[in-house]
Structure formats: C-alpha cells, structure tokens
Design a protein around this ligand. Sequence first.
Ligand code: PLP
Length: 456
Amino acid sequence: MALHKVADTGRYDDVYTMPLSEQVLPKYRIPDDQSDPRAVYALLRAELALDGNSSQNLATFCTTWSDDETRRLMDDCLDKNMIDKDEYPQTAQIESRCVHILADLWNSPAGRETVGCSTTGSSEAAMLGGLALKWRWRQRRQAEGKSADRPNLVCGPVQVCWEKFARYFDVELRQVPLEPGATGLRPHQLASYVDENTIGVIAILGVTFTCDYEPVAELAAELDRIQAATGTDVPIHVDAASGGFIAPFVQPELVWDFRVARVASINTSGHKYGLAPLGVGWVVWASAELLPEELIFRVDYLGGDMPTFALNFSRPGGEVIAQYYNLLRLGREGYRRVQQACLDTAQVLAGEIAEMGVFTLLYDGRGALPAVSYRLTDPDARFSLYDLSDQLRMRGWQVPAYPLPPDQQDVVIQRVLVRHGIGREAMSLLAADIRTSLKRLTVGAPADAARTGFHH
Ligand SMILES: Cc1ncc(COP(=O)(O)O)c(C=O)c1O
C-alpha cells in the first residue's frame, strides 16, 4: 500500500479514500503518524454506530436525551476542571447553588447552611455518604471507650455501589434478603440485623431491581422503636439515585427526605432523573455537623484554600453547569411535568403488558419511578424472559431480564425504564414488538417458504 503524508495531498480527499480509511484501525499500538481528523472522526462515528441506540436502551436510568442548550453549555465548559475552584470560581458557585437547591428540595431544616457536593454519580456519592456514617459511628464508639473495629451497614437489595463501598472501606454489608412478593427492605426485618456496630441503614428511593421505593419514614419509625428498646441510635442514608429527582415533584406528599429526623444524608444522580448529561451525582447532609471535619481536605496549591470531599481530583465541570441549567430552565413545574409525563407513559405501558396475559406486574409505574417491572407467569410458556430480551434486541430494544436478589433469586423479571425523551409512541411501538415477539416465541418463526425475502 502506498504511503501518504497528510500534508502532501494538497487536495480535498474524500474521507474514505484517505490512508486511514484503507486500514484496519490500530488496536494495540499508537500509530506512527498523524491522520486527517475528518477521516478519524468519520471512522469512529461509523464504529460507534454499532453501539446500541441509547433512546431504545430501556435498561438505563441515565439521561439519553439533551437539548441543544445543554450541548452548547457542555461544549463551553469542556476546559473547566471542577477541582480548580479558585480558577473557576463561578463554576464552584454554581455547584454550591445546586447543593443548596437540592437541600431545600429535600426539605433540609438547614438548607442554606448545610453541606454537600457534586460527584461523578451516585456511586461516588454513596461512598462519601457511607464514609461519613462510618466516621461518625467510630467517633461515637471511641468516645464511649468501645471497640470500633467491626462496623456493619444494613440494607435491602442495594445497587452494587454499596457492595463496593463495603468492600473498599472494610465494612460488613448486612444485606437483608428480599421477602416473597416484596420489592425492597421492609421495616419489620430491621430488628434482626441492626446492632451497636451498625453505622447506618440504607433506604432506597427507587430500588434498582424493582423500581419501587423503600418506605423511608416507616424504616425510621422502626429504628426509633429499636432505639427505645436497646439504646442503639442508627442513622439512615437515603440512596435516592433515581427517586431524589422524582418524588419531590410528583409525589410531594411522600415523606422520605430530611423531614424524617433520622435521615442524615441523601445521594442522587444528576445524570438520571436530574436530567443532566452523564457524569454528575450529588450528596447532601441534613446539617453541616453530620460531615466529620477529618474527611474534608483543604487544598491550597491551586491558589486558594479549598475544602474538598471527593474520591477523585480532576473532573469535568460541564455536567454541573448543565444540572444548574436544567434546574433553572425547568423549575419545579417543568420537572413535575417531565416526570409526570414519564409516569403516565409507564402506566400506559404497564396496562398493555398486563393485557398480554402472560405476565404478572411486579411494579406498574404507580407511586415510585416511571418504570414497569414484570414476571413471566404463563405456565404454558416454553420460553423465558431472556428469550424475549433477545427477540426485542432484534428491533433494537434493550430490555434486560435478570433474577431478583437473594432470597428471591429464582424469580426472573424484566424491567423497562421510561425517561425524558421516551414518549408514548415509542412505548406503543415497544408494546407492539413485545406482542410480535411473544407470537414468534410461541408459534415459532415463519417457515423459509413463507418469508418474503429482500426487495430492492
Ligand atoms: C439505587 C441506585 N444507587 C446507586 C446507583 C449508582 O448510580 P451511578 O450510576 O450514578 O453511579 C444506581 C444506578 O442505577 C441505583 O439505581
């Protein structure tokens, strides 16, 4: 093959006649020479087309639709490092505004004075929330002259971030098994798991597997009862990765947040129902004294004395700005309308799925996240939900099938998440494709002779 130098061509070459286009792309070694950016872009774009279409990814809670202004702001902020708070004081200001807005949205009694920060997502936010719980428990134990070497964390069917927290930070994870028919942790289960070494209980507002909310106020009332009986005072951290941006707008009567005195901290994913693009989460404490001072690092070599609590250092600023943009653009009423539209769509889809006659709904999109989860309960079905997932994939839909967590791991479910950007028409097309798939799985694919072939 001829060797071409980019600078030698002097012509406007078509990207598919440029040298890079005539090669298999390097996979293990950086190329020796430069390439025309148009060719590189075109080739990468073509490769990325092999990824799933994110608007048909019904497995993710994360934002897959953004408006042009968000895209422009992301572009404007490409060079802003979230950690350089002295260099980019307005970006830091905007982060702080978001924290206080969230504290207010979640009814913090000290909304203006409380502390919190942005993170890369709920996973990092969960680690920070968990670390604060561990530190406070240890301080208390040490002050009482008691051993502080066997901390445990009590939770129901949590997302893997809590398993990571427990392993990375040496905390025993006491995962309470799921009861038959339950969609999450139930208050009466707590007493057998909580003890003096419990750093906290995780309550989930939007269980990853079932999409239902765990009853935060009832869990707190049970912990009140346990405290009255045993003296053990256990705080709650609410993992509101998804529900933190749903409940305040569409279920305002639900008491799950800082109105519950036992709720010490809350995390959420800005990049899920917060509607910001991928890469932002939040953690907020009910009041500043709940975040132990030793966890805060003061960084001075960037030009100022900056307090930080984070697992990483450099991080893009655009997502935080885009979060603030969405808060300003939509306001309470805008978020309410977006989330209500998603809930309504989820409920219509739940109705369609129930009508198909072979499924039993586990969650019907009412009262918690805009989602539907269901089991296959037709005793005559000679296929599984995994087969249905495969069939739907042929039309581009990504609808996961997976077993429930212990003790319900024999129950396989399927889950559809409805998000901003997924409309009624899309879900009506999905329902039609589920019906077609069921038919194929029941009566089999058409015989070759009956196929129409390819017409051009
Ligand atoms: C309840 C819950 N917590 C935490 C996470 C992790 O969130 P992130 O992807 O923002 O790190 C998820 C993700 O789905 C979740 O559903």
